[in-house]
Design a protein around this ligand. Structure first.
Ligand SMILES: Nc1nc2c(c(=O)[nH]1)N[C@@H](CN(C=O)c1ccc(C(=O)N[C@@H](CCC(=O)O)C(=O)O)cc1)CN2
Length: 297
């Protein structure tokens, strides 16, 4: 039995961060200042705190200025919007990211809408979503752009391929579909109401699973030779040591004999999210300075 290739997202992300680091050094040389990334964390969610800490560490490692703003879970929406307004007007800040999810009393959409689209390094603002949807230059959400980079690295030209994106979130599913469409794929978005989802997925040369349901995509759904990108990060508590384990949205062991290549969880798409965030911050810094960003990002 042959099994497919495991795509090394962690290694690819390290390479991208190294290229960003070179781009940052050239930017500093040219402008005399470091690109700056402001990250806002509201509340005490442990996973969010870990992600924000890694973002800060990796921002500094590539030579950028990291600014972290921690606010209590009880902050009012007005106070948060005031902070964003300050960051919008701060010349040292090229990128603004508000870590999600936010506490339930804060309207995420209003917060995202308050970010200057030119500093929206998450690519969540409707201006950037609209630019992407209409094929114009945009800041693109980090996770789907990271998935696309892995796909192009594995497959080269994606033109004419059948792609099925499972999940229709604004953060992953919809922008992922737009990116694949821009690469001339034939794109289907499948979701919780899709009839006979197994046969829809079975059509695909490319499967991107972003539903947030542990191992929902079964091995025999995958067409032989398909490339599978697993965006899910689901923590299961079923280990004897009580530490739990991470699994994706795809039943990886079952899928491996069917796939050409597949991303693992952990070590696949996850590490790309932060690497692309740094890439987007460098791109935003160049645009704000009226410069052209390096082509190899
Ligand atoms: N404002 C945003 N909020 C959130 C985003 C985002 O892109 N912007 N994405 C996620 C969380 N996230 C970054 O913020 C993120 C998730 C996962 C990883 C990662 O490297 N995962 C590792 C496993 C880590 C673990 O052990 O838990 C992997 O997959 O290998 C990085 C960043 C939600 N919020």
């Amino acid at each position: 039995m042959t099994i497919g290739k495991i795509i090394d997202g962690k290694g690819f992300a390290a390479g991208l961060r190294a290229r960003v680091g070179e781009g940052v050094a050239a930017f500093v040389e040219e402008t005399g200042r470091k690109p700056g990334l402001a990250v806002v964390l509201v509340g005490e969610d442990p996973a969010s705190a870990v992600y924000v800490r890694s973002k800060g560490k990796m921002t500094v490692e590539v030579g950028m200025e990291s600014m972290e703003f921690r606010r209590p879970a009880g902050i009012s929406a007005e106070e948060l919007l005031e902070l964003i307004d300050e960051l919008n007007h701060d010349e040292r800040v090229d990128g603004i990211l508000v870590q999600l999810p936010l506490p339930a009393h804060i309207d995420e959409r209003a917060v995202i809408a308050a970010i200057d689209p030119a500093k929206d390094v998450d690519g969540f603002h409707v201006t950037n979503a609209g630019l992407l949807a209409t094929g114009q230059e945009a800041l693109v959400p980090c996770t789907p752009l990271g998935c696309l980079m892995l796909l192009k690295d594995e497959l080269g030209d994606l033109s004419g391929m059948e792609a099925v994106v499972i999940g229709r979130s604004n953060i992953v599913g919809k922008p992922m579909a737009q990116l694949l469409l821009a690469e001339n794929c034939t794109v289907t978005i499948a979701h919780s109401r899709t009839r006979d989802i197994a046969s829809v997925v079975h059509r695909a040369d490319i499967v991107v699973a972003a539903v947030g349901r542990a191992e929902m995509v079964k091995g025999d759904w995958i067409r032989p030779g398909a490339t599978v990108i697993d965006v899910g990060i689901n923590r299961l508590a079923d280990t004897e040591d009580g530490k739990g384990r991470l699994v994706g949205d795809v039943a990886t062991a079952e899928a491996l004999p069917h796939v050409r290549a597949i991303t693992p969880v952990p070590g696949g798409v996850g590490p790309m999210t932060i690497a692309v965030l740094l890439r987007n911050t460098l791109v935003a810094a160049h645009a704000r300075a009226g410069l052209v960003a390096p082509a190899d990002l």
